[in-house]
Design a binder for this molecule. Structure first.
Ligand SMILES: CC(=O)N[C@H]1[C@@H](OP(=O)(O)OP(=O)(O)OC[C@H]2O[C@@H](n3ccc(=O)[nH]c3=O)[C@H](O)[C@@H]2O)O[C@H](CO)[C@@H](O)[C@@H]1O[C@H](C)C(=O)N[C@@H](C)C(=O)N[C@H](CCC(=O)O)C(=O)O
Ligand SMILES: Nc1ncnc2c1ncn2[C@@H]1O[C@H](COP(=O)(O)OP(=O)(O)OP(=O)(O)O)[C@@H](O)[C@H]1O
Length: 516
């Protein structure tokens, strides 16, 4: 892979991103990096984010051929400087060019939404896996999968990688023979232009509710919505869950760049959907059976273009929860648009299991334990409402905390969801407190709980102890919900990812210890 200075400047000019150059030479970059510690001879270095000029000194000393920045730095010395109007946009464009525009060799399904991205991504990945004989890459919050060898699968650091990493990984996927890619796109990715210039074949908009609003994320809900909607602006075919809040805004954003015949809407049968003028539902689904282990639903095609896809019929999914039916429907329609058949979806959907999403542990004497990644108002409310509907008689205990430094509105959201779904017992604990005091966070959650609506609330800040206390106090027919951490193997404390055994391991080990 390489990038010559001339096409690089042409690309920047075409996008009106080039401000000026200085000390320009006729260079060819043989690698690209935004981290000085990764610079080697021939690297084009990008100065971005909370950048410090000393990183440029390091990059120069390690053999960078040029740097791209929003301003000139004396630390650049005699290095050619490409000064751009937006560093993140320039980095995404030049990254795509350096890696030979790998997106052009992949059919890409991109997914956004406040909740359900990972679940939908895994479902779509399974369906497409069958349809393509396992030639699917997956970029999710949990795993990044670039091929079929064990070495091609690793844990993700971000939901949507930084642009240089994104295009690097796409190139690796293409070189590994992958033909399709399923990826989650976070609102932060659009905020930071990680996907600038990237066009998706199919873009899915699942839902939106207040989240990710705070100091390091989005200043307002309007900004959060705007960033999420950019996925539709950048997709050839748009698939929208019509039950989303702000449907009119979302639909008209899609319509601004996509003809209505390439916009598909779906909703649960009977849902109270206020359709925007000119819009119609293409697919409706109807729940046939739901229990704590699986769901069955019937998908009906309501429009001629929906009928052409040939996917109407019955589906079964092994990820319980009524909200997961909507995620499954999104996966079935989007993969059909990417070439899969109904048979591919029927054969795979009921074998999808996602770590930390509705994971269930049955015990002999302490009820049933659910480990779920629910970590905002919308997800906690839907999770508790579903579980209560399924097991009306038992006692429900919820163990949860809220993250520090970000998503501050979640504290109020948890208080509201708990008050509305009134569990019998709440144990407030620690969940990625960051630089904040977890007890202070827990008190804030508690201040938003309507104590007339819920059972006892206690504080146990050591999360394993909280989990054990919840299990100890439960018996047959009861439910213990371990919310918020999913399969996270760490607690983020004071800037350090402190190893954590995971909720599911702590619960399973404790059950082994106390139940013989
Ligand atoms: C707010 C935000 O998006 N921050 C991301 C951003 O940070 P940044 O550009 O300021 O980078 P930085 O780590 O402060 O460092 C500044 C620059 O100096 C460089 N550096 C640093 C040290 C050194 O010795 N030499 C050097 O060159 C770094 O490589 C970097 O380029 O770029 C970094 C990668 O270069 C990301 O790790 C970081 O994500 C932080 C950790 C984060 O928490 N992001 C969250 C908010 C996020 O993006 N979440 C979404 C999901 C949430 C959603 O749904 O919206 C996601 O997509 O994961
Ligand atoms: N469509 C949905 N509506 C509401 N809650 C949902 C929906 N889908 C999943 N959830 C809940 O949200 C949790 C997270 O699901 P998932 O990981 O699929 O979403 P995500 O969008 O990837 O989340 P995040 O952005 O937080 O990583 C699940 O554990 C479940 O409790």
């Amino acid at each position: 892979m390489e990038l010559h200075v001339t096409p690089a400047l042409t690309l920047l000019r075409e996008h009106h991103l080039l401000d000026h150059t200085n000390k320009l030479t006729d260079f060819t970059a043989t690698s690209v990096a935004y981290d000085s510690r990764k610079v080697t001879a021939g690297t084009l270095f990008f100065c971005k984010g909370n950048f410090l000029p000393k990183y440029l000194t390091m990059a120069r000393e390690q053999g960078a051929v040029a740097y791209v920045a929003e301003q000139e730095y004396p630390e650049g010395g005699d290095l050619p400087a490409i000064i751009v109007k937006d560093e993140q946009e320039a980095m995404a464009l030049l990254g795509a060019a350096f890696y030979g525009f790998p997106q052009d060799e992949l059919t890409i399904i991109a997914i956004t939404g406040t909740k359900g991205k990972t679940t939908t991504a895994y479902m779509a990945d399974h369906i497409l896996g069958r349809a393509t004989d396992q030639h699917v890459a997956l970029f999710s919050t949990l795993d990044r999968v670039l091929g079929n060898r064990p070495a091609d699968r690793f844990k993700s650091d971000l939901t949507t990688p930084e642009s240089l990493d994104l295009f690097h990984d796409m190139r690796a996927a293409v070189d590994n023979g992958m033909t399709h890619l399923v990826m989650e796109v976070s609102s932060q990715a659009y905020k930071k232009h990680r996907t600038y210039g990237l066009h998706f074949d199919i873009g899915i908009f699942l839902n939106i509710s207040p989240d990710h609003i705070g100091r390091n994320e989005h200043p307002t809900f309007a900004d959060y919505l705007h960033c999420k909607e950019q996925l539709l602006v950048n997709s050839g075919i748009c698939l929208i869950n019509a039950e989303t809040a702000h449907l009119t805004d979302v639909y008209y954003t899609a319509k601004a760049t996509t003809q209505p015949e390439n916009i598909y809407l779906f909703a649960r049968h009977g849902a109270a959907v206020q359709l925007p003028d000119g819009a119609a539902i293409d697919f409706e689904y109807r729940n046939d059976l739901e229990d704590l282990h699986e769901s069955e639903f019937e998908l009906a095609a309501c429009s001629p273009k929906a009928q052409q896809l040939g996917i109407q019929g019955r589906y079964k999914t092994s990820v319980p929860g009524d909200y997961n039916e909507g995620n499954a429907v999104a996966a079935v329609i989007s993969t059909a648009l990417a070439g899969a058949t109904a048979a591919d979806a029927v054969a795979t959907l009921d074998h999808v299991h996602i770590k930390g999403r509705m994971e269930m542990q049955k015990t002999r004497q302490h009820g049933t334990i659910y480990i779920d990644y629910a970590h905002n108002y919308a997800s906690l409310k839907r999770l508790l409402a579903f579980l209560k509907r399924q097991t009306a008689a038992g006692k429900v205990t919820v163990v949860l905390g809220a993250t520090g430094d970000k998503g501050i509105s979640r504290r109020q959201g948890f208080g509201k969801a708990l008050s509305e779904e009134h569990p019998d017992q709440i144990i407030l604990t620690t969940d990625d407190p960051g630089f904040e005091d977890p007890m202070k966070i827990a008190r804030e959650i508690n201040s938003h709980i309507d104590h007339d609506q819920v059972g006892a609330v206690q504080y146990i800040m050591d999360r394993p102890t909280a989990i054990k206390a919840a299990i100890d106090s439960s018996s047959n027919g009861d439910i213990v919900v371990l919310a918020g951490k999913g399969e996270d193997p760490y607690q983020k404390i004071n800037g350090v990812d402190t190893p954590y055994a995971t909720d599911s391991k702590i619960a399973a080990d404790y059950i082994d210890e106390i139940e013989d």
